[in-house]
Design a protein around this ligand. Structure first.
Ligand code: ATP
Length: 216
């Protein structure tokens, strides 16, 4: 049984930076699936722009037709703030002997010590960190120590053990962010080619970031 990659995020909106990262992880790390888990109520950030349903719908259409991409709505169904650790504990119960790998961009990894019960994560899952442009792996502090102790360069370790390792993996650097996309649309510009057309269609249909002029 191959590992399950767990890719959480606000996905406000999902874009090719996310999708390419997930796809490269699926292939290079030989994961059985990458499970996108859009968060319901993000505890570390203010309000989202698009609603939870709209964000879920964008991820759903983005993943459609790609073998190995799964979209999981458990954080939308759960009341209260979405904590990644709760999701991982739930998945661990569902897939008791399967390897789980939480996929994080380097920026998200650096913020990990601010997450709710973050020390428990390695007790249920591996952490797989995707390099993002402009970010460096920590070599000091709690994350530097964690990397020293649990870091591994061997992909096989993520298969042989079900949790407890940290693996940093370089992915194609796509300097795309959801923030930039929202600002683009707000400014009346078109986000085409930063995301699948099906995601752009949801943005156009719902006007969740402002009106898109379809004549452009
Ligand atoms: P925002 O600009 O609103 O902060 P974002 O583009 O970083 O959003 P999130 O939904 O917050 O998107 O990110 C979910 C996960 O995807 C995080 O772990 C983040 O590090 C990672 N990620 C986001 N953009 C990229 C990218 N271009 N390349 C690789 N990983 C990314």
């Amino acid at each position: 049984m191959r590992p399950i990659g767990v890719f959480g995020g606000t996905f406000d909106p999902v874009h090719y930076g996310h999708l390419r990262t997930a796809f490269e992880m699926l292939q290079a790390l030989k994961f059985g699936e990458v499970r996108f888990v859009p968060c319901g109520d993000p505890p570390h950030r203010g309000e989202t722009w698009a609603s939870a349903r709209e964000r879920f719908e964008m991820v759903r259409v983005a993943a459609e037709g790609q073998g190995g991409f799964v979209v999981d709505d458990r954080e939308l169904r759960r009341d209260g703030p979405s904590y990644t650790v709760d999701t991982l504990v739930e998945l661990r119960k569902e897939f008791s002997d399967r390897s789980l790998g939480l996929i994080l961009g380097m920026d998200a990894f650096l913020g990990l010590p601010r997450w709710h019960r973050w020390e428990e994560i390695l007790g249920v899952a591996h952490i797989v960190v995707a390099h993002r442009p402009g970010w460096r792996a920590p070599d000091m502090g709690p994350l530097g120590e964690l990397l020293n102790e649990f870091g591994t360069h061997r992909v096989q370790d993520l298969h042989d053990e079900t949790h407890g390792r940290i693996h940093i993996h370089a992915v194609t650097q796509l300097e795309i962010s959801s923030t930039e996309i929202r600002e683009l649309v707000e400014a009346g510009r078109d986000p085409r080619f930063l995301m699948p057309d099906a995601v752009r269609d949801v943005i156009a249909r719902t006007s969740c970031y402002g009106k898109l002029d379809d004549r452009l």
